[in-house]
Design a binder for this molecule. Structure first.
Ligand code: ZN
Length: 160
């Protein structure tokens, strides 16, 4: 069976950046399951998996436009520390849910300098090439319920 729309495929993956550093990996975990054609994974990877079958291994380089998007400088903002009243010891690396003109968004504090807090609402992988090593471990037909929900149930998928 080949991967096509309305299939559930599972795969092991290693994701590296341009420097060859591992960012994420399924090693030591269940393979990742996804519903093909439902935008569960980044578009550039989904496109390359089309037509592949169990046991196939592939290396895929996904550019930002087909991954987590280009870096948007408008999503970086300097805010007064007073906006974070109630937060003790605000420091770089902290994440907050913020209401922005683009809706609810996760922003990360990237710098604290004096009374100024710099936050970045870009996805941590925005603007980055994604180097995937993939091994497909399973391909099956999606259940009616999975198609209805738009995601995978069971091992490697949603549990609800
Ligand atoms: Zn569901």
């Amino acid at each position: 069976m080949k991967i096509s729309a309305q299939c559930v495929a599972s795969f092991h993956y290693t994701l590296k950046n341009d420097d060859g550093e591992t960012i994420d990996s399924s090693e030591g975990h269940e393979p990742l399951g996804y519903l093909h054609g439902a935008s569960n994974i980044v578009p550039g990877l989904e496109k390359e998996l089309e037509g592949k079958s169990i046991g196939d291994k592939l290396s895929v380089v996904v550019p930002p436009a087909e991954g987590y998007g280009e870096l948007d400088e408008n999503l970086k903002q300097d805010l007064p520390k007073s906006m974070f009243s109630g937060v003790e010891n605000i420091e770089a690396g902290m994440e907050f849910h913020a209401q922005t003109e683009h809706g609810q968004q996760v922003v990360m504090v990237t710098k604290v300098e004096g009374e100024t807090v710099t936050v970045d609402g870009n996805h941590p992988l925005a603007g980055k090439n994604l180097h995937f090593e993939i091994e497909i471990t399973d391909v099956r037909e999606a259940s009616a319920e999975e198609l209805d929900h738009g995601h995978v149930h069971g091992p490697g998928g949603h549990d609800h």
